[in-house]
Design a binder for this molecule. Structure first.
Ligand code: FAD
Length: 406
């Protein structure tokens, strides 16, 4: 018998629907409560693209979503790094692994939401969690609209600014702003991008700001900007600024970059999407308390430089469901889950912290990067460093017999 019969999942982003689907597979009855008033799977409100690594796809295979994701995504088969508009150098990728997949965030949400609903999960919108009451045999969530819901356990999949994290531990750290705002746009192809092959992603360190670009299946060029900004803005606040004002700022930031200057110049207000501030989560001391536990960005948001945020969120969601399936009670399931996940996610977060500060290097640092890059590429053992990270697969069919198995 699973450690819980019923579960409330708070947050219907990425970890939430995957968690709910996996819990259903584990025989647990689950409902998802999402704060957004509009359907989060609709294109409006969720912008930009997201890359899923092979380990994220492997996690999605367990819940049966990998084929749908691949059908909606672009496979990224080559990565190139360019510094100060110099010709890009190809980055090595681990051998024997499938390509990462670049997918529209709205499409990803839609697929995961549909998957959960097909599995029998009930998803409620406009349900912002504000408070939790704990009883000896269950937990009750209270929402901003005055309603409430009860279950055996409550899972906080409520993102980097998690309310559940603070309910578990009022002294829990908050998300750390990286000093960068995210944007995405599309432009027509032109001579400076004509040689780009579909499936190639270029990571470009511009004179003043970092950006990345790729050729889309429709032949246009997609690009994402990481704009340095001391002012931290939420998604809502970033979208409250007129797109024309953002375009002016982006055109100044990328004015000296090729092809960055053209990408910014030709992006129009109707194709520009602000995606808000970029954050990481410092290590969270308490992943669970009583009948509450955290999953996804709420407990481990690495820098977006790792490309692992969503993939790790999905892995953790599935591992938590497996622990609840196999352990005798919530306390031992949550402890097993933390023991299995904490070392992996903290190692990847530490790698991200080392690379994310390089996103806005000064001219001297850029020169050093240009000099060091060939040496770095020649000496790095990509199979050793990245393969372990990206080839990780959860053995869903393997059952724990006892906590000593961990
Ligand atoms: C610009 C940008 C680019 C990124 N690129 C990548 C990438 O290429 N690859 C990658 O792997 N990751 C990327 N990430 C990170 C990735 O988006 C996250 O790791 C991922 O979304 C985490 O999923 P999650 O479900 O834990 O959180 P979220 O996706 O944030 O979902 C949390 C959900 O909880 C809801 N919620 C919040 N509070 C409450 C409440 N009180 N009550 C009820 N519901 C609530 C929210 O509305 C939201 O729907 C990127 C992030 C950003 C910002």
């Amino acid at each position: 018998m699973p450690a819980a019969q019923t579960a409330l999942v708070i947050g219907g982003g990425i970890a939430g629907p995957v968690e709910a689907t996996a819990l259903t597979m584990a025989g647990i009855d689950v409902e998802v409560y999402e704060a957004r008033t509009s359907d989060p799977s609709s294109a409006s409100g969720i912008g930009g693209s997201l890359a899923l690594e092979p380990n994220g796809l492997a996690a999605l295979r367990i819940v049966g979503a990998d084929d749908a994701i691949r059908a909606a995504a672009i496979p990224i088969t080559r990565s190139v790094m360019s510094i100060a508009s110099k010709p890009g150098r190809e980055m090595p990728t681990p051998r024997g692994l499938p390509p990462r997949q670049l997918i529209d965030r709205g499409a990803l949400h839609r697929i995961l939401r549909d998957l959960a609903e097909r599995a029998g999960v009930r998803i409620h919108h406009a349900k912002k969690l504000i408070r939790v009451d704990e009883q000896h045999d269950g937990v009750t969530a209270h929402f901003a609209d005055g309603t409430s819901a009860s279950a055996d356990v409550l899972i906080g999949a409520d993102g980097v600014h998690s309310a559940v994290r603070r309910l578990i531990d009022p002294d829990a750290p908050g998300a750390k702003y990286l000093g960068l705002l995210g944007f995405e746009g599309t432009v027509d192809d032109a001579t400076d991008t004509a040689a780009l092959e579909p499936g190639t992603m270029t990571f470009a360190f511009g004179r003043r700001a970092y950006y990345l670009y790729w050729k889309r299946p429709d032949g246009r060029i997609g690009w994402g900007a990481n704009l340095p900004s001391p002012q931290q803005l939420t998604l809502k606040e970033a979208r409250a600024v007129a797109p024309g004002d953002w375009l002016h700022t982006l055109r100044t930031a990328y004015a000296n970059d090729v092809p960055g200057a053209r990408l910014a110049a030709e992006t129009t207000a109707d194709t520009l999407q602000a995606v808000g501030g970029l954050h990481i989560m410092p290590p969270v001391p308490h992943w669970h308390r009583g009948r509450m536990v955290l999953v996804g960005d709420a407990v481990h948001a690495p820098s977006n430089s790792t490309g692992q945020g969503a993939s790790l969120a999905m892995e953790s969601a599935i591992e938590l469901a497996r622990c609840l399936r196999d352990m005798p009670d919530a306390a031992s399931a949550f402890a097993a889950y933390e023991r299995l996940r904490r070392p992996r996610v903290e190692k990847i977060a530490a790698r991200g912290a080392r690379i994310s500060h390089a996103k806005a290097p000064g001219p001297i640092a850029q020169k050093m990067m240009r000099l060091m890059l060939p040496v770095m590429l020649a000496t790095m053992n990509i199979d050793k460093t990245m393969a372990a990270e990206q080839s990780y697969v959860i053995d869903w069919d393997e059952r724990f017999l006892a906590p000593s198995n961990l």
